[in-house]
Design a protein around this ligand. Structure first.
Ligand SMILES: Cc1ncc(COP(=O)(O)O)c(C=O)c1O
Length: 363
């Protein structure tokens, strides 16, 4: 396109799109030897029966997927004790989070998130020209209930709470969340992306409180981040509106088939969930012997304070030079922390020995 035509096309962008930066070139493809512990993926091999469902579904590649995800929604509804009209299925739960922002916010409206929290929410608020209220966690990562019920958050259109929270991994007792939900007339989006690694979950709140929208994903505890399978559970009036706003054929035939097969065989994942919990605790202890302090986590990752001397950015870069990827969140006031996903035993050993090598090398 000539410069003049490009300028003309760019001038037609909405003012929100004009503010966005073009992303930098994609990172080079990762080598097979890379120890990838930066995105809370779960490298658990799928049970053969679930894998077979994907291969069989591929044969239907020329057909559009099922309209409105009916079969998958019905399967999820019966597995979680809900009715199909209380369930929406998404291309990952991030699609559903995006739909919630689209459905509930007009420019200038406010949304509240307990901070530090899942940073994608900040981007969604910006895209919808909403005010993003970050309400700090209470003492020892408790729920800041009073701040959510009064002050600026009182007028937020909805409150987002991830439990367990990302990136801290901390968990709020469901009774505490129930107290907030019962006292609030706001919509509470309870994002339970990591809940299968935690001691309890908020599913029972869905039938008790019409102002709860619960999000779940199969990306973490069911090891299918690449297949994009997520769910929203809530009152049929809310869920129905979200479904109406959803893109046509938002999921694909493989995601549908694998989602249904996981639901049918979800007991087979129990062993993996127990493994993650065990490995998380072992890694936390091993990290503390190396001078790191991990927050108590109920997710498949640890947020660890790095030893004095260097900040999280330094550690992330030092580990990356050795082919170990971890996450770092400077924008959330977590300059001295890194977030480490729980991977296979071999990956965790590689992480720990790389940390140990870095600590013992002159720098
Ligand atoms: C708290 C939280 N919610 C939602 C998501 C999105 O998950 P997905 O879109 O893969 O379902 C993530 C992913 O990291 C997350 O950490």
């Amino acid at each position: 396109m000539s410069d003049a035509r490009l300028l003309s096309a760019l001038s037609s962008l909405s003012h929100v799109a004009k503010q966005l930066e073009v992303p930098p070139p994609a990172l080079p493809a990762l080598g097979a030897t890379c120890v990838k512990l930066n995105m809370n993926e779960n490298p658990f091999p799928l049970p053969p029966v679930v894998k077979k469902s994907a291969t069989a579904a591929f044969e239907r590649h020329y057909l559009y997927p099922e309209d409105d995800n009916v079969g998958l929604r019905e399967a999820a509804a019966s597995a979680y004790g809900l009715s199909a009209d209380q369930v929406i299925a998404g291309n990952g739960s991030s699609e559903l989070l995006g739909l919630i922002y689209k459905a509930f916010l007009a420019p200038g409206d406010a949304v509240a998130m307990i901070s530090p929290g899942f940073s994608f929410n900040r981007k969604l608020a910006m895209l919808h020209e909403a005010q993003f209220l970050e309400i700090g966690w209470g003492q020892d990562h408790s729920l800041p209930t009073q701040q959510l019920l009064s002050g600026p958050a009182r007028d937020a259109k909805f409150i987002v709470l991830a439990n367990p929270n990302n990136p801290t991994g901390t968990f709020i007792a469901i009774a505490e969340i129930e107290r907030l939900v019962a006292q609030s007339d706001r919509l509470i989006v309870l994002d339970e992306a990591y809940v299968d690694f935690a001691p309890d979950n908020g599913l029972r709140l869905v039938n008790r409180y019409p102002n709860v929208l619960l999000l779940r994903t199969f990306s973490k505890s069911y090891a299918t981040a690449g297949l994009r399978i997520g769910f929203g559970f809530g009152h049929p009036e809310l869920i129905g509106r979200l479904r109406t706003m959803q893109n046509l054929f938002n999921m694909n035939v493989i995601g549908h088939a694998v989602g249904m097969s996981i639901i049918e065989h979800r007991d087979a994942f129990e062993e993996n969930h127990q493994y993650v919990v065990r490995e998380r605790e072992l890694t936390s202890v091993a990290l503390s012997a190396l001078g790191f302090t991990a927050l108590p986590s109920h997710a498949n990752f640890l947020l660890a304070r790095v030893p004095e001397g260097h900040d999280g950015a330094w550690w992330q870069a030092a580990l990356q030079r050795q082919n170990v990827l971890v996450a770092f969140f400077p924008e959330s006031g977590l300059e001295n922390f890194i977030r480490i996903s729980i991977g296979t035993e071999r990956q965790m050993d590689a992480l720990l020995s790389t940390v140990s090598d870095i600590l013992s090398s002159p720098n």
